[in-house]
Structures are given as C-alpha cells and as structure tokens.
Design a protein around this ligand. Structure first.
Ligand SMILES: Cc1cc(C)cc(S(N)(=O)=O)c1
Ligand SMILES: [Zn+2]
Length: 263
C-alpha cells in the first residue's frame, strides 16, 4: 500500500505537483472518514474556541486559496479542549472548493463529497513560540474542518465574499478587520471526527490534529461562484487560470483510527 512506501501516489494532478517523497508519508491528509470504522471516544471533550474579531488583519490570495490572517502574537484567538492537550492559536483560515457544486471538499464522509471545506489553522502556543516552529512538530498544529453545502445564503460569509474581487490575482492582499470566524462554525461543534494527519498543501508536514465537524454550514450558490471568480495566476501572467478544484486527492488511511466525539 502507499503507506509502506515512501512514495505517495497522486491519482489526480492538483494545482501543484504532488512531491514524490514525503517524510514518513504514513499520516497524510485529507482522508475519507468511514463512519462505521470511526471509534467513539467518550474522553473527547467539546471544542472550546475563543476568537477575538479584533485580531483579524488581512485577506490575501496566495495562488492556491484565499487566506484570512489573524494576529497570532498573543493568545487572543484560540482553540482548546476536544482532543487537544494544549491551547492553540488561530493564525489563518481558508477554503477549498470545486469548479462545480458536486465536489470541492478535501475530506469526505463515507465517500460523500461536499461543495467546499473551511480550514481554521491553529498552532500550539503552549509548546512553541512561532507557527514556523510548530509546523514541524507532531503536536504542532490543530485544524478545524467545516464542510460547506450549497443552500441558503450565509450572512456572516458575505463580508468575506464582498472582499474577494479586490484580491482576484495571486499575491494581492487587502486589509480586513473585525471578522469573527466563529460565525463560520456550525451551531453544533460538539460532534466531530478527529485524527492525526498532515497539511494538505506543501510542505505537507505531518503535524496536524484534525477536527472535522459533523455538521456542515450552508452557503448560497452565488457566494460560492464568487470563490470561483478568484484566479490562481498573478496579474502580469499572460494566461489567467480560474481558482477552482484547489483540493488535494485523498490519501491512504494507513491503519489510522478516526475517533468520533459522538456515538
Ligand atoms: C498552514 C496551511 C496553509 C495552507 C495554505 C493550507 C493548510 S491546510 N489545507 O492543511 O489546512 C495549512
Ligand atoms: Zn486547507
């Protein structure tokens, strides 16, 4: 299986070419969450998020997704509890989506694809002093994943959608403040799946405790269409490429257990 070898086979070609060798390579993300194989763990606590909208700084197009960045020089926006032993500081959130509503998420649940997936990225500020340090460590990062489904318009998301035309091209950035990422969380954050995995974009380091919410949020077709109006390419490039399908192919489970916080 792909797990034993150091080579991870990538079926599809995401925007960036998958590297051939990944350090370890036996706890890569994303994966398919097989509900009947997940193990209920009654020790898993509810997630405790405490976000300060004032720490929101900017929104920018990094040529693969768009990121909303937070000031992570203090413990003002954090997550703890759940499977986490320490407190983790929010540094950014971003999304992955498809060119059609039929696919776009990175994780799947019993092979069900969602139209998009939100990732809130946090790093362990109890043990490390910088994201760059934590990203290399086994217990360095904690990412909350939330599935997006096309349905009714998401009022909280609209402020973000309205800022996207200003960052159409790669490396464009605009000031963005007072955005409370808690508005993007589903009403129920007690029910989630958790497993040890990796970043789903280079450097693909195996430093992530994933917490994937069972409950999805709804966004409108028009809101998702604005995501798709972003470009992978910089303003000076001849050929402009629409930013769609910015998700990684699913990786082997490699014998890992996915735990659920609910029975
Ligand atoms: C740190 C970081 C950056 C990016 C662009 C994406 C991730 S992910 N998809 O693993 O959550 C993490
Ligand atoms: Zn992501």
């Amino acid at each position: 299986a792909a797990c034993s070898s150091k080579y991870v086979l990538s079926q599809m070609h995401p925007m960036w070419q998958e590297p051939l060798a990944i350090p370890g390579g036996d706890r890569q993300s994303p994966i398919d969450i097989v509900i009947r194989k997940s193990v209920y763990d009654s020790e898993l606590k509810p997630l405790v998020t405490d976000y300060d909208p004032q720490t929101c700084q900017q929104i920018w197009n990094n040529g693969y997704s768009f990121l909303v960045e937070y000031d992570d020089t203090t413990d003002k926006s954090t997550v703890k509890g759940g499977p986490l032993q320490d407190k983790y500081r929010l540094c950014q959130f971003h999304f992955h989506w498809g060119e059609s509503n039929a696919w776009g998420s990175e994780h799947t649940v019993d092979r069900k694809l969602f139209s998009a997936e939100l990732h809130l990225v946090h790093w362990n500020s109890d043990k490390y002093s910088l994201f760059e340090e934590a990203v290399m460590e086994e217990n360095g990062l904690a990412v909350i994943g939330v599935f997006l489904k096309v349905g009714k318009r998401h009022e909280g998301l609209q402020k973000l959608v309205d800022a996207l035309p200003a960052i159409r091209h790669k490396n464009s950035v605009v000031d963005f403040n007072r955005f409370d990422p808690a508005c993007l969380l589903p009403s129920n954050t007690d029910d989630y799946w958790t497993y040890h995995g990796s970043l789903t974009t280079p450097p693909l380091t195996e430093s992530v405790t994933w917490m994937v919410m069972k409950q999805h949020i709804e966004v409108s077709h028009d809101q998702l269409a604005v995501f798709r109006s972003l470009l992978f390419t910089a303003a000076d490039e001849e050929v402009q490429k629409g930013m769609v399908n910015n998700f990684r192919v699913q990786q082997s489970q490699c014998g890992r257990t996915v735990r659920s916080s609910f029975s």
